[in-house]
Design a protein around this ligand. Structure first.
Ligand code: HEC
Ligand code: HEC
Length: 615
């Protein structure tokens, strides 16, 4: 995730134009909804490292770096506030978190310290600053002064903008000698307090060497950005092209020809209930939770050794912590007790967002059964949902998992960019000395992977991740039985089905914006013909609209603007646009691509919206 991130803005040193963030509504009180986690579990999940070095500077640098100069605040004498201060990071959508033993520097939700990352500049190891699951999978919204926080909900954050701002701060530090001296003193003081046995002269020498490398890297990055045409689709607030970025981080580091533009941004998905899905990811492409989680930690820059040799696939991935995180999300198998007991979907807080009209909602329930259930499954409060019809065994002696419907893109008609990635992308891994098979699903054919100039990305990634996990298991002498448990009892199967999955809609009210590419602002708009949906979305503003159920999307300085396109182009230069708001339509235009149900009457739409609030 390191390339392309500092952005053009850094070269211009013109923060207000390039890293502009929206003014947010005032938050008078904040509440975490009850989703079955204790405060202690929540804080652990918010700050436990998954072994990543997401930001390209050491932890102590991140803590001590000053904010980019904002002329307005500089004039008010606020110029020296730290970049890592909660107030500043909130501008990029991050959520405040208390100072605790697991969060000693009072960083926002999702920021974690990772010790022991190999220091390629100085030798030895260093402390890195990483993002953990909660940085992308914790949601929040405000309503009339109350901030509602949701574990496992989609983050509103804009990570690329934050990293751009960091590039600006570093460049400013480099040209402002007093600021550089202040920064160095603060970093050295912090390191001295943490590691009193390292002599000061060595800390100074290490700082200077790292500094040279960081600034050199930053300048090289800027030059390459200025030279290459930017073909990416802006991710902005609430979105990230996670899949393409994983490929760029893992295989781009091996061969820079493997780097592609990020053109399929997706909304951070909500992750309650997902532990029990037969397939995860929007395109239903990954089966095993450990592969998914470890692959993601490579995407957010865990250290990984791909050089051929005995230590190939050694990594900093915290496999043990990933297992515990997944366990906390999953809970025990839910089918017997007919209830999910890990991270639960949030319940609509009537005391904050208003009472649900139960009469209208019960009309909506009937409409759900008629128009939605065939794809999204019966609702989880129904007895039907828990019957074996909807749960299946993946391995003959294994547990049951929820069998989701995967709907072909030709039928659902939503933007195709994300589902195209695994279908089409290949990577050049010649010389990586990697061959093997993935997916030994009983009854299924294992897929042979060989390292070559055009190895399918999905399989190259699946095998690389599997090797890194096995390297960890071997290194820590994990028994075969424990490995199976840590792998979530499922084999490493992968598929690229050119489809999107229809998930159960429990807690859906708390997950705006909607559709995988965040192209629809509210639940109400999911139920109307695509051409009537807002064609321009402004994402990143936190105020909630409890009537239409979604974020308020009106023009405002600093919000991410997405110009949505309604008609899906299946071939030609626009085929992978990433911003289509088409499909999933209820319209009289029967038979047209993406029309999945009849035009709903206005009253029916509101009944459905009311019912969805109860799920
Ligand atoms: C940098 C942001 C980021 C971090 C950190 C992150 N994720 Fe994700 N996660 C995403 C995005 C974006 C997707 C959607 C990818 C796709 O389907 O294309 C995703 C997908 C998922 C899914 C699949 C959801 C579904 O609907 O199928 C699960 C489960 C998940 N993440 C769990 C985790 C866990 C557990 C961690 C920590 C170990 C984690 N994520 C860390 C951004 C992140
Ligand atoms: C033909 C199958 C099908 C039917 C019928 C259907 N859906 Fe969906 N739904 C999907 C699929 C597939 C997706 C994911 C599409 C995407 O993200 O591109 C989806 C996505 C959604 C989302 C967005 C989820 C998110 O995480 O952003 C909502 C909300 C939704 N559906 C509500 C409904 C409601 C309400 C009904 C009934 C009125 C309904 N759907 C009927 C297949 C269906």
């Amino acid at each position: 995730m390191n390339r392309k991130l500092f952005g053009l803005c850094a070269s211009l040193l013109f923060l207000s134009a390039c890293t502009n963030t929206p003014d947010q509504p005032e938050e008078k009180v904040a509440v975490w909804l009850d989703q079955g986690w204790s405060d202690e579990q929540r804080q652990w999940f918010h700050h436990e490292t998954q072994g990543t070095a997401t930001l390209p500077i050491p932890y102590e640098w991140f803590i001590e770096l000053e904010q980019p100069i904002n002329l307005k605040s500089w004039y008010k004498g606020e110029g020296r506030v730290k970049f890592s201060s909660t107030k500043f990071l909130q501008k990029f959508g991050y959520i405040p978190s208390p100072q605790t033993a697991v969060n000693p520097d009072e960083l926002p939700v999702g920021f974690a310290k990772t010790s022991g990352i190999p220091d390629l500049v100085n030798g030895g190891t260093y402390n890195a600053i990483g993002l953990t699951c909660a940085g992308c999978h914790t949601g929040h919204m405000t309503y009339q002064g109350t901030s509602i926080r949701i574990d496992g909900g989609p983050a509103v954050s804009n990570i690329t903008l934050m990293i751009k701002a960091m590039g600006v701060s570093l460049m400013e530090t480099d040209i402002d000698q007093p600021r550089r001296a202040r920064f160095k003193t603060a970093v050295i003081n912090k390191l001295q307090a943490e590691t009193p046995n390292i002599p000061l002269s060595e800390l100074n020498a290490r700082f200077e060497k790292t500094y040279k490398a960081v600034i050199k890297g930053l300048k090289a990055e800027l030059i390459s950005i200025l030279k290459t045409k930017d073909e990416s689709v802006e991710e902005g607030f609430t979105r990230l092209d996670a899949l393409n970025r994983i490929g760029n981080t893992v295989f781009g580091a091996y061969n820079s020809a493997n780097i592609v533009p990020t053109n399929a941004p997706v909304n951070y998905p909500h992750i309650w209930t997902t532990s029990w899905f037969d397939w995860v990811q929007y395109d239903g492409s990954i089966m095993q939770p450990m592969i998914r989680n470890a692959g993601e930690s490579m995407g957010v820059a865990a250290w990984l050794n791909l050089e051929p040799g005995p230590d190939q696939f050694d990594s900093s991935i915290a496999v043990g912590a990933l297992f515990e995180m997944e366990r906390l999300l999953a809970g025990n198998h839910p089918q017997k007790s007919k209830a999910f007991n890990g991270l639960k979907a949030p319940k609509w807080p009537e005391n904050i967002l208003g009472t649900i009209n139960q009469v209208l909602a019960s009309e909506g329930e009937k409409l759900y059964e008629k128009h939605c259930e065939s794809c999204h499954l019966p609702v989880i409060s129904s007895g039907k949902f828990w019957t074996d019809k909807y749960w299946k065994k993946i391995t003959p002696d294994g547990a049951n998992y929820l069998a989701l419907n995967l709907i072909p893109t030709s039928e659902i008609g939503t933007d195709t960019a994300q589902s195209n990635i695994l279908q089409t992308r290949t990577v050049d891994i010649s010389g990586m000395d990697m061959s093997g098979t993935v997916c030994n699903l009983p009854g299924g054919e294992p897929v042979q992977v060989t390292s070559g100039p055009a190895t399918p990305f999905a399989f190259a990634l699946g095998l690389t991740v599997e090797r890194a996990i096995n390297f960890y298991y071997d290194k820590h002498n994990i028994s075969p039985k424990k490995r199976e448990l840590m792998n979530g009892g499922r084999p490493n199967c992968l598929q690229a089905p050119k489809a999107y999955k229809a998930r159960p809609l429990n807690g859906i009210w708390a997950t705006a914006p909607f559709l995988h590419n965040a192209s629809v602002a509210s639940l109400y708009e999911i139920l109307i013909p695509a051409e009537e949906r807002a064609s321009t979305l402004y994402l990143g503003y936190l105020e909630f609209n409890p009537v239409k159920v979604g974020f308020i999307s009106t023009k405002k300085d600093g919000l991410s603007k997405t110009k949505a396109l309604t008609k899906v182009v299946v071939s030609g230069p626009n085929a992978r646009h990433g911003n289509f708001n088409s499909g999933h339509e209820f319209s009289d235009n029967k038979g047209a691509q993406g029309v999945i149900g009849p035009l709903l009457k206005e009253h029916e739409r509101w009944a459905l919206v009311e019912y969805l609030k109860t799920l």
